[in-house]
Design a protein around this ligand. Structure first.
Ligand code: ADP
Ligand code: MG
Ligand code: MG
Length: 890
């Protein structure tokens, strides 16, 4: 027996998304809970898969199954395909398991032909309406199914309007529509050599064929690549009886979210148009009405709709995005899905739903996509700033963006790839602009509402967007836009504020973000759930304080090299490096001591009561010296201009030193603990500065917790030697100050040898911290800059590596070393403290891995701390859930 390829709505349900697609599964679900959904049938994704696999052939049995189910539909509705009195009309809608907005276009009014259009006219006593439906159908069918450019239909329509001397479609008479329809048919014949098909069954199968094919059209393929959606899923096809929002003035169509998708506020949010069909609302042809005015215009419908929204939210336990149509005073629901939302809205909706008793705290924590939070933790326009606001549109996606004006998606992509900041400005966007939107900092459109393509896509990507800014007159031919008298050309800098809708000339001052009350609440729940600690990487007291404000439980990495680079210190550092004798060196080092002590004092104070890992000097010394080539140029210049002899000699001496310190491969050169071995005075000074600061804070009644970290260790004996040095300095400071304090000494694990010998290294270490930036470089043998600049693309394009290992932890290789090091280290010391301080510490999938191998904490940049707190909680919930499942299957 052949597979079952076709389902009635009654036969499906929300749990069948993979088979029936998201749209189909939800139409079935709504049918079964008794909502007013026009009846229909669904062709499975399985049929699409077989179609693609077999070189575009319908699978065996599909056609019969479709015909059988259509018969059931016909008899339940008392209508028939092609019937002279009561014709069945349907829509054909694609619907993949994951929502792919606007990827595959819907065909409405299928089943109309020269005969049935007459029946529709008679039954509705409205010939204009019937002809309007017919011409829409021919356009959609010609465009989507037969592949004729939409603009060719538009041109015919424009010509007719000119001839009739009217501005709007709805001013054309029945006779005039008839002429348009005849022109359309001729166009189709001319373009394809075929007549427009009159047989509804033929129309239907051609449409099904087109939907299946569209799964592999360019924009669908691009969208799947960007969003990492597997190509194998396939799309379902929904065939649904038509309802008409364009039948009369007590008809209409609209879309609404059950809550505000921008802010999360619990209030219906959406738009509708009276006497309109399907995509009219989002197409930006007429500007739609806000949903609130439906309450006045159609109070009964509005309260029915509100009630349905409430039911759907309770049923799905999430915010819904709903499409509806009103046909002569009767409400129909045409789609529901979990609504896309901004990070801000996602947080508010999740927290509110917990408070409403709709979902649990764990579910709330899982509802937020950590990567999305990035957006909230970004900078926004300083509210104190004086702005040159030139226009205001709709605040469609929050956040602010500045950049040069670009009118074309291809150009936006090109400039974006060059690293330019830009704002994509269009009258409206379509799925064909996706690649440009991807590279834009923000999107600005002159037409379309809050549910227009630009708005939906921007919110999904977390990009600022202002749309429907009707004051803008965009001229693509001249590559410029006008606002009143002001002319803005392509390349000029503008800013947009997606939270207010403001359009501003020039750049704008931005300020740091804060956490909203809901965000704090959610993070508190996350903290209660997670077991993994979250620290921050911070090199100065300001960043440390910021990290603490974002909820960091300590500093996982303080790098000391930046402290050496500061303007006033560099000469002393250079003196230290260049000194010929130990005595001279010690003198220079002693000058640095009070400066370093102040640094550590500030950081330890800001993190009072929390641990602070301080890494001793890591980079090679020549990084602090001037560049050899610049020195040579300077010496030559001095010589040519008869400069001072001693000055020339000094410069030449410096050049010799620079050259002697220069290395063939600095990454693998004289750095890290190797410096500590050859210049112990430097590490001794740093240890002294740390401990003197610690002693002082203890004296002041505070509770500093320093963790001294030795970088780049490969062998326990290095660590033993340097630990002894640190311990010696500590007892000296204790003795001199008469103050007792606590500290620990540990190491960074960033070279494979240290990971391989972790059981030995642990003998001398109180803690490990994985420096996964270097560990990735040394494990793969990739220097990061060279890799990302030259060959990483090839590795990713050819799928040799799934992700850039400097961004997403390479679990297979680097991760294996980490897992081994954790096991070996804890074999020696069962409660060895272990963390990670590479950039991976703030990346959700890497955080998941760190949790799974039993790390104590991750450490990341201060702004990513909230993301890490949330990701750590999500990992905990998921791993607990799958552990429970494992037990249940035993
Ligand atoms: P998309 O996935 O792009 O939203 P849809 O299949 O949801 O495409 O349909 C596009 C538009 O057509 C929507 O406004 C939808 O409500 C409308 N529509 C689809 N099917 C019908 C139908 N049977 N009757 C009336 N309107 C319909
Ligand atoms: Mg839809
Ligand atoms: Mg390192």
């Amino acid at each position: 027996m052949a597979d079952k390829y076709v389902y009635l709505f009654e036969e499906g349900g929300a749990g069948m998304k993979n088979l029936l697609g998201g749209k189909g599964a939800n139409l079935a679900e709504m049918t079964n809970i008794g909502l007013p959904v026009p009846p229909g049938i669904i062709i499975t994704t399985g049929a699409c898969k077989e179609f693609s696999a077999s070189g575009q052939k319908f699978p065996e049995g599909l056609e019969e199954q479709v015909k059988d189910k259509i018969k059931i539909l016909e008899s339940s509705l008392g209508k028939k395909f092609g019937d002279k009195a009561n014709p069945l009309l349907v829509s054909v809608r694609s619907g993949a398991p994951v929502s792919m907005p606007g990827m595959m276009d819907t065909v409405l009014n299928l089943g109309l032909n020269d005969i049935t259009v007459g029946a529709l006219a008679e039954n509705t006593v409205n010939e204009r309406f019937a002809l309007d439906c017919y011409r829409r159908f021919i356009t959609m069918f010609g465009d989507v199914v037969m592949g004729i450019d939409h603009s060719k239909f538009e041109r015919i329509l424009d010509r007719q309007k000119l001839k009739a001397q009217v501005n709007f479609d709805n001013q054309l008479s029945g006779g005039e529509w008839r002429e348009v329809i005849e022109e359309y048919k001729k166009l189709i014949k001319r373009e394809t050599g075929d007549d427009f098909p009159q047989d509804p069954m033929k129309q239907l199968f051609m449409s099904i064929y087109a939907v299946f094919n569209s799964w592999n059209n360019d924009r669908a393929v691009v969208y799947r690549r960007i969003n990492k959606i597997p190509d194998e899923l396939g799309t379902a096809v929904n065939i649904q009886a038509m309802v008409f929002g364009n039948m009369s003035n007590d008809s209409g169509t609209g879309v609404a979210f059950t809550r505000n998708p921008s802010t999360g506020e619990k209030k219906l949010y959406g738009e509708y148009l009276i006497n309109a069909q399907g995509e009219d609302v989002v197409a930006g042809i007429r500007t739609p009405q806000p949903i609130a005015s439906l309450q006045k215009e159609m109070p009964v419908i509005y309260s029915q709709f509100e009630e349905i929204c409430r039911r759907l939210e309770n049923h799905y336990r999430d915010m819904q995005d709903i499409e509806f149509t009103v046909e002569r005073g009767k409400l129909w629901i045409l789609q529901t899905r979990n609504g896309k939302r901004t990070a801000q809205a996602a947080i508010k909706v999740a927290v509110d739903m917990v408070n409403e008793g709709l979902i649990t705290r764990e579910e709330a924590v899982l509802r937020i996509e950590p990567a999305q939070l990035d957006h909230l933790l970004h900078r926004r326009i300083d509210p104190e700033a004086r702005l040159n606001i030139v226009a205001r549109g709709l605040p469609a996606s929050p956040g602010a963006a500045s950049g040069m004006v670009v009118f074309d998606a291809d150009l936006a992509e090109k400039l974006g790839q060059e690293g330019k900041k830009l704002v994509l400005v269009r009258t409206e966007t379509t799925p064909d602009d996706i690649h440009g939107i991807l590279y834009a900092q923000g999107i600005l459109t002159s037409r379309g509402g809050m549910t227009s393509h630009a708005a939906v896509v921007a919110r999904g990507m977390g990009k600022p967007c202002v749309c429907g800014c009707e004051a803008l007159q965009i001229d693509y031919d001249k590559n410029e836009l006008k606002v009143g008298n002001l002319v803005i050309k392509q390349g000029d800098i503008i800013s947009i504020d997606g939270s207010t809708g403001n359009v501003i000339t020039g750049t704008v001052p931005m300020i740091d973000p804060g956490l909203s009350a809901e965000f704090q609440q959610l993070l508190e729940w996350a903290d209660q759930i997670r077991s993994l600690g979250v620290r921050a990487n911070a090199d100065n007291p300001e960043d440390a304080a910021k990290a603490r404000g974002f909820g960091a439980a300590g500093i996982g990495l303080t790098r000391t090299e930046h402290m050496f680079m500061a303007q006033d210190r560099l000469p002393v550092v250079q003196e230290m490096i260049l000194s010929g004798t130990l005595r001279e060196r010690e003198e220079a080092v002693n000058k640095l001591l009070p400066m370093q002590r102040d640094d550590f004092y500030g950081i330890l104070k800001a993190m009072d009561g929390l641990p602070v890992t301080i890494r001793l000097l890591d980079p090679p010394l020549h990084e602090f010296l001037p560049d050899a080539e610049e020195l040579m140029v300077e010496i030559t210049r001095l010589k040519l201009t008869g400069g001072d002899k001693t000055e020339i000699r000094e410069r030449e001496e410096l050049l010799r030193k620079v050259r002697s310190l220069s290395e063939h491969n600095p990454m693998l050169g004289h750095r890290g603990c190797r410096l500590g071995l050859t210049f112990p005075e430097i590490y001794a000074m740093q240890a002294r500065a740390i401990f003197q600061a610690t002693a002082r804070l203890v004296e002041e009644g505070l509770n500093p917790i320093p963790e001294v970290e030795i970088p780049l260790v490969i062998e326990v004996k290095e660590l033993a030697y340097l630990r002894e040095l640190v311990d010696r300095v500590a007892s000296e400071v204790k003795k001199d100050s008469g103050i007792d304090f606590h500290y620990t000494v540990g190491t960074m694990i960033e070279i494979p040898r240290a990971a391989l010998l972790a059981d030995e290294v642990a003998l001398e270490a109180d803690f490990f911290s994985f420096g996964t930036n270097d560990l990735t470089q040394t494990t793969l043998g990739f220097s990061r800059d060279d890799a990302e600049g030259k060959f990483m693309r090839a590795y990713l394009d050819q799928k040799i590596l799934a992700d850039n290992p400097f961004m997403v932890l390479d679990r297979k290789g680097v991760g294996k070393l980490m897992k081994m090091a954790v096991e070996l280290g804890r074999r020696t010391k069962p409660d060895l403290l272990i963390g990670i301080c590479g950039e991976h510490g703030g990346e959700p999938s890497s955080i998941e891995f760190c949790h799974s191998i039993g790390l104590d904490f991750v450490s990341c940049s201060p702004f990513r701390v909230p993301i890490a707190r949330l990701a750590a909680a999500q990992t905990k919930v998921r791993s607990d859930r799958s552990a429970r499942q494992d037990y249940s299957t035993l």
